[in-house]
Design a protein around this ligand. Structure first.
Ligand code: GLU
Length: 464
């Protein structure tokens, strides 16, 4: 069997959002699942709109999500000489012809066709045919090159998402594949690249379905069998519109800033257009093991931030605490808190992660360890009273006297004070939390306290 080779071919004309990057995830997953090769190709021929900054964001987003490419990035603008070479081959084969029709003539043709309620299309004026006399070549006009689309018959391909697609050749006019200055046009470059990069599976957004019959013709004119196509349905935003920057889509990397784990985003995006039974939560390894092109969804996937948060929460639970510590340290740093990524930070993650959907929320919790806390007036008034105060003072003394500072010793001190004061656990534990953590609810208070420095706890209990 031939080695699977896939590609992601973004146009760097704006930041990359989740909808766009799903078109990288699927070819990546397919290549990885088949032990194949994943190529990154930057389609930057729209010089006006392309920018290096956009390329950087694409590469950064892919790196963050772990969508590593094996070859490239190849830049189309650097391949112009190659396109021209292949164009010359097509010319030699008689598969293209020069067309001198001016834009004014084309506009007039278009208007006539529209008036006659016909589909506007090039009418083949300059297409050479046996026995046909072509108009005389106008002076000083640089022609475009048009591709000689086969007449009659149709193009058929078995799309891995959409099933069998058949397009009648009569619907395709002769495509311009080189501009008057000789620069090749989009569909032609894509085909040359897909041939040179030996792409076996083109997995891309279904906004390209209309290009596919044209590209297949160019493949065949070059004597190459086209690859397998899978056209992925659009990703819709929460309002049901096509996800786009104009409708508030966020750059992929913003999800990192908002505290999402790369594996969770990969899991969420994989599920948004592909399924493995009813599995909702899976690891990157499982995705690679399970991914195939037979279970791609046919209908558009709709982005749902609440669902993404839920998927993220599940991944946080199973995430290695040392890894989480590294991620939460970045979030704490964003809040101006410098922390060391160590076992203590990992233990804090272990203790608090179950109640968080993102690492931003986790950092919010863990900030109680790295910055002063401000208990609310309402909490102080509610929980600090003449019943709890003496018990808290007694506890403060017991805690200060501890020589071993761990959850078990702290727990023993709390129990002893409960025993003496006859309070119920919450009557002591809640004001204790309010004073030390600035909030009335936390995980088990002895475990929470054990991760503080003993001196800090003492200090926070001074204001009783
Ligand atoms: N450059 C195209 C885009 O960003 C993708 C072309 C392709 O995958 O064939 O939409």
């Amino acid at each position: 069997m031939t080695q699977v080779r896939t590609r992601f071919a973004p146009s760097p004309t704006g930041f990359i959002h989740l909808g766009n990057i799903r078109s990288a995830l699927y070819p990546w997953a397919w290549a990885r699942s088949q032990g194949g090769t994943f190529v990154l190709r930057i389609e930057d021929t729209d010089v006006e709109r392309s920018s290096q900054a956009a390329v950087d964001v694409i590469i950064e987003g892919m790196k963050w999500l772990g969508l590593d490419h094996d070859e490239g990035p190849f830049y189309q603008m650097q391949r112009m000489a190659r396109y021209k070479e292949v164009l010359a081959q097509l010319q030699q084969r008689g598969a293209v012809y020069p067309c001198y029709m001016s834009t004014t003539e084309l506009d007039a043709l278009r208007e006539r066709q529209m008036a006659a309620k016909e589909k506007p299309r090039y009418d083949g004026t300059w297409r050479p045919e046996e026995g046909k006399v072509l108009p005389s070549v106008p002076e000083g006009v640089q022609p475009v090159l048009r591709f000689k689309t086969p007449q009659g018959g149709s193009v058929i391909w078995g799309d891995k998402v959409k099933g069998r697609i058949e397009i009648s050749n009569d619907e395709l006019d002769d495509l311009v594949i080189a501009r008057p200055d000789g620069t090749p046009t989009y569909n032609f470059c894509v085909v040359v690249d897909d041939i040179d990069m030996a792409i076996t599976h083109v997995i891309r957004g279904d906004d390209h379905v209309n290009n596919t019959p044209r590209q297949i013709h160019i493949f065949r004119a070059l004597g190459v069998e086209p690859p397998v196509y899978a056209h992925l349905p659009t990703v819709l935003n929460e309002q049901g519109e096509k996800m786009s920057k104009r409708y508030g889509a966020k750059p992929v990397t913003q999800y990192r800033e908002e505290g999402y784990l790369a594996d969770a985003v990969v899991n969420y995006l994989a599920r948004l257009g592909w399924s493995h039974g009813d599995d909702e939560i899976f690891s990157r390894e499982q995705l690679v093991a399970w991914f195939n092109l037979d279970h791609l969804g046919r209908s558009a996937g709709q982005f749902d931030e609440a669902k993404l948060r839920w998927v993220n929460a599940q991944h946080m639970k199973s995430c290695d605490n040392a890894v989480l510590a590294g991620l939460v340290a970045e979030q704490l740093e964003r809040r101006g808190l410098t922390v060391t990524v160590d076992e203590r930070l990992a233990a804090m993650c272990a203790l608090f992660k179950d109640r968080c959907s993102t690492t931003v929320e986790l950092a919010e919790w863990l900030s109680i360890y790295f910055s002063d806390v401000q208990p609310s007036e309402a909490d102080l008034a509610q929980h600090l009273n003449e019943v709890s105060r003496p018990a808290l003072v007694a506890l403060r003394e017991r805690l200060a006297a501890l020589t071993v500072w761990d959850a078990a010793s702290i727990n023993a001190a709390i129990k002893a004070v409960i025993g003496e004061s006859k309070l119920k656990m919450p009557q002591l534990a809640i004001p204790l939390r309010v004073l030390v953590c600035g909030r009335a609810q936390t995980p088990s208070v002895d475990a929470v306290l054990a991760l503080f420095d003993q001196k800090i706890v003492e200090k926070r209990l001074q204001s009783i």
